[in-house]
Design a protein around this ligand. Structure first.
Ligand code: TRP
Length: 334
């Protein structure tokens, strides 16, 4: 087992978390917290970069995402959960880092470019949105995180963070900033129930960790499969068929999944039977999560206090890094 490292990861609280989040990085966090020093950030400041018009929704989502975290088994005794906007060292670091990266570089971040397209910003991109990779570099470096478990859309953020770390350390002849490494997720991105490449709240194609059994049933029944699989006796495609992708991600009985795939490809296996099995798999996975969620939801103040306590711990760590950063820059005036 490798030695203990520091992890920083987080989510924009703009709604509840779904199966795509789970497959992408939540599962890894539950595992990694036992071995490493883990910080999980509720990125409400980053959420404002594309939701400036709905701070109330962000506020409500902080609670919902916290419930999701606790429900899946992120343990506040092992993981420090905190709220980004309550750590002033983060925007301070961001301001310093902004001078170490060019505007041109920011314009060429592939994930940011894709999001600008998806959100239809055109020329009207909020400046805060353009620079969010820099603020994310501040999040990561403030905790001297060497590991960042995240989905593959976060690769460009880690690359930019590494560039900033190198530039800072070289320019100020120091080693206070630590280069992070991405922990790639075992499951490539999860498609939506409509078969689109990515499960996403914005696309309305998500199954949420907090969905009721009825909602999950309705969604699974309506799932996109192989459009060429018209009659039961026809051979069906498994690749690009989200029903099988979900089974790969969530079914524990891999032999059974293998058999279903073979049968489907040979022909003679109806979609409804595969969906029924997927439904059983998902309900078995989600049931304990729902139960835990409901238990935690009985005491909202208690849940929020977990984030407030974590924030106290996180603030101290980030403040220490900020002092070191200012020291390295020769700006420790006081
Ligand atoms: N960009 C992430 C998201 O969109 C949230 C995030 C903010 C993050 N800062 C981070 C993730 C630092 C990993 C590390 O959900």
């Amino acid at each position: 087992m490798s030695s203990q490292q520091t992890i920083l990861t987080g989510d924009r609280p703009t709604g509840k978390l779904h199966l795509g989040h789970y497959a992408g990085s939540l599962a890894a966090r539950v595992q990694l917290q036992h071995q490493h020093r883990q910080f999980v950030m509720l990125a409400d400041v980053q959420a404002l970069t594309d939701h400036a018009h709905e701070p109330q929704k962000i506020r409500e989502s902080i609670y919902e995402v916290l419930l999701d975290y606790l429900a899946i088994g992120i343990d506040p005794n092992k993981t420090t959960i905190f709220i980004q906007s309550l750590i002033p060292a983060l925007p301070e670091l961001t301001m310093y880092y902004l001078n170490l990266i060019t505007w041109n570089r920011l314009k060429h971040n592939p994930t940011v470019k894709l999001e600008i397209q998806q959100k239809g910003y055109g020329e009207e991109v909020p400046a805060g949105f353009m620079i969010y990779p820099v603020s994310q570099a501040a999040d990561i470096t403030a905790f001297k995180a060497s590991l960042v478990p995240a989905g593959d859309d976060q690769i460009p953020m880690i690359e930019q963070c590494i560039e900033i770390v190198r530039k800072f350390n070289r320019l100020y002849k120091t080693d206070v900033l630590v280069e992070p490494k991405m922990v790639p997720s075992p499951v490539a991105r999860l498609p939506g129930i409509d078969g689109k490449a990515k499960m996403s709240k914005g696309l309305g194609n998500a199954i949420y960790l907090s969905d009721s059994p009825d909602e999950v049933m309705r969604k699974v029944k309506g799932m996109y499969t192989d459009p060429g699989h018209l009659r039961v006796e026809d051979p069906g495609k498994v690749e690009g068929n989200p029903v099988f992708t979900y089974l790969d991600a969530f079914a524990t009985d891999k032999t059974k999944v293998g058999e279903l795939k073979d049968h489907y490809q040979r022909g003679g296996l109806g979609d409804s039977i595969v969906k029924k099995y997927l439904l059983d798999v998902l309900q078995a996975f989600l049931d304990p999560i729902r139960q835990r969620r409901a238990e935690f939801a009985r005491d909202r103040d208690q849940v929020m206090s977990i984030a407030y306590r974590g924030t106290e711990v996180a603030r101290e760590v980030a403040n220490n890094t900020l002092l070191e950063v200012r020291g390295a820059m020769g700006m420790n005036y006081l």
